[in-house]
Design a protein around this ligand. Structure first.
Ligand SMILES: Nc1ncnc2c1ncn2[C@@H]1O[C@H](COP(=O)(O)OP(=O)(O)O)[C@@H](O)[C@H]1O
Ligand SMILES: [Mg+2]
Length: 313
């Protein structure tokens, strides 16, 4: 394991870079060939992996990002934005061949209609990874693979590289619109942590019950953690299924809740060496707190913020 002067574990986040454009409080659902108004508008850091990295660095973790951004204003927005959070972006590549990815979110009531221009999201691939830099990681986290068309077939090699170099790994699959979950069978045995939500776990295993889905996943991967929204989380240990209840909060926006959970659990286990029960509770706290802020990265929860939220400080 590589350690820096103050002994913090070095975590690399590998994945997609895109901005989120969020139109809130639409006066109606979008209507074909019509213009409608939104009450709010925000341009913010998007992408599962970048949101997770922002949550991790906010907690106090040593965080680096590897990805591809466009040579454009949204690319600057993402790279500068991640740097302002404290993320090391030295290994982020820039391209002028495609634009930085953009997701437009049209929120009406509780519905969320999303339109994505993939751009750099689907162009990122192993050619953009400096493996000499990646080798310095203690842990690698991957998010949102099914949006990353060119990176998808490279992920097995990245996981194999990590194992060869004694680097632990985690992956949040997010949704696969084809529901075929291509390559996943090869990833599962190579991963140290696997972070699907309930719908993803159910679709991957074909088991309607999330507990059963979690058990099935445990036959294929070391440590499946299945997120079940406000109810919290279930995971499988050698002693059987363990649950940790979610927290009751006034939800403003659940964008990035799952990514914040991933960051919280990794921070608790890797950095704070918490026992599993405490780590799951801490991660639920990070995720619940993120639900009380608009957008995926606005909670900026520090370690102390989460302890206060949990009533432990
Ligand atoms: N309504 C909610 N109230 C409190 N916590 C929530 C709520 N929704 C999500 N969470 C927290 O966020 C985590 C991830 O949410 P979930 O919706 O299951 O995943 P994803 O965001 O990946 O779809 C949950 O395990 C829980 O800790
Ligand atoms: Mg998710």
């Amino acid at each position: 394991m590589q350690v820096e002067a103050n002994n913090r574990k070095r975590i690399f986040f590998l994945g997609e870079i895109n901005v989120d454009i969020i139109m809130g409080g639409l006066e109606s659902l979008p209507i074909v060939d019509r213009e409608i108004s939104a009450k709010t508008f925000e341009l913010t850091i998007g992408s599962s992996t970048a949101i997770c990295a922002c949550a991790y660095v906010s907690l106090g973790g040593n965080t680096s990002f590897i990805g591809l951004a466009g040579q454009d204003e949204y690319g600057d927005f993402m790279v500068n934005g991640m740097q302002k959070f404290g993320i090391n972006t030295d290994a982020v590549c820039r391209t002028s061949e495609v634009g930085t990815g953009v997701t437009v979110n049209l929120n009406y009531g509780t519905t969320r209609t999303q339109v994505t221009y993939p751009g750099t999201i689907s162009e990122f691939n192993r050619e953009h990874i400096d493996f000499a830099v990646l080798e310095t990681a203690d842990h690698i986290h991957l998010g949102g693979p099914y949006l990353q068309a060119r990176f998808l077939p490279d992920i097995s090699d990245v996981l194999a590289f990590a194992r060869q170099h004694g680097i632990s790994t985690s992956l949040d699959p997010q949704w696969d619109t084809t529901e075929e979950w291509e390559h996943l069978a090869g990833w599962l045995p190579q991963l140290d942590y696997f972070f699907p939500n309930k719908d993803e776990a159910v679709s991957i295993t074909g088991e309607a019950d999330p507990y059963e889905a979690c058990r099935k996943l445990a036959e294929r991967t070391a440590f499946p953690v299945v997120k079940i929204g406000r109810e919290g989380v279930i995971c499988n240990t050698p002693e059987g299924i363990t649950e940790s209840a979610g927290f009751e909060v006034d939800v403003v926006d659940t964008t990035g809740a799952g990514d914040s959970f991933d960051a919280g659990l990794l921070y608790a286990l890797l950095e704070k060496k918490m026992v599993l029960k405490d780590a799951l509770r801490f991660a639920n706290g990070v995720a619940a707190r993120s639900c009380t802020f608009a957008g995926g990265v606005n909670a900026r929860s520090s370690y102390e913020d989460v302890l206060k939220f949990l009533g432990d400080l």
